[in-house]
Design a protein around this ligand. Structure first.
Ligand SMILES: [Fe+2]
Ligand SMILES: [Fe+2]
Length: 257
């Protein structure tokens, strides 16, 4: 994993600050705004938090990765700020506790750093489906602006975590990779069900059925697993095949091999 390039990316991305016009006119109904405000307040709570447990677990990691991780958490805090603006715009209230957040936090803290990264990754995939659905279905220019910013960042967050998982996967046996993939998909499916139960009123208020939301989220998960599998294949293809070369013998150029 090239932690330095991630650190540079996160540093540069801090300049992409947006300042939406929270007072812009509404096109959504009062009922839609109320449902969305409640739903967005749950995501706002999920995106906030200082990451102290994550940093404690990352204590053994190299300094550059830890620095990149800090900027990643700061970017999630920026999402929380934007979501706070939307909650207030839609007339809702911020919350400090919710059962989904307690579940998410318990899952994050259950095991070590790699498991926490996996839980975060699943939240990114489900969150991406949620923001994409809002952007497509809800008619609000400020919601569109915030979703566009968050979706751009979340795509890079998935790539950031993927980069780390690639290294871990490189050391796994095929059966271990299959077991990892199975548990990942089970956790993803459980997270998706929790997200639907929690947000179905808001998604229903903007005419989104369960099948549409599930399809969006499953596409994200499949794309992620395909990328991970492709990097496994690429790593295997780079491995030399054939007997070791004798002293003084030169390997054929790749194009001729
Ligand atoms: Fe986020
Ligand atoms: Fe994220």
């Amino acid at each position: 994993m090239n932690s330095l390039s991630w650190l540079r990316y996160f540093e540069a991305n801090r300049q992409n600050f947006i300042a939406p016009d929270w007072e812009a006119p509404f096109a959504l109904t009062i009922a839609q705004r109320a449902c969305l405000a409640r739903s967005l307040s749950h995501f706002q709570l999920g995106e906030s938090g200082g990451g102290s447990h994550l940093f404690a677990k990352a204590g053994q990691e190299d300094e550059i990765y830890r620095a990149a991780l800090r900027l990643f958490v700061a970017e999630e805090a920026e999402h929380a700020r934007l979501l706070e603006g939307l909650v207030i715009r839609f007339g809702g209230r911020l919350i400090k506790r919710h059962w989904t957040h307690l579940l998410f936090r318990a899952a994050r803290r259950a095991l070590g750093l790699n498991f926490e990264i996996q839980v975060l990754l699943i939240a990114e995939l489900v969150g991406t489906a949620y923001y994409r659905t809002l952007a497509r279905r809800a008619r609000d220019p400020i919601l569109d602006q915030v979703c566009a910013r968050i979706l751009t960042d979340e795509a890079r967050h998935v790539a950031f975590h993927l980069d780390r998982l690639r290294e871990i996967h490189a050391a796994l046996l095929p059966a271990e990779r299959s077991a990892w993939s199975l548990q990942f998909q089970l956790l993803f499916t459980a997270a998706l069900l929790v997200a639907w139960i929690d947000h179905r009123d808001a998604l229903g208020a903007i005419c989104t059925r369960r099948a549409e939301f599930y399809s969006e989220a499953r596409k994200e998960c499949i794309a992620f697993l395909d990328s991970l599998a492709a990097s496994d294949d690429a790593a295997r293809d780079r491995r030399p095949i054939g007997p070791p070369l004798a002293d003084g013998e030169k390997a054929l150029p790749h194009a001729l091999a």
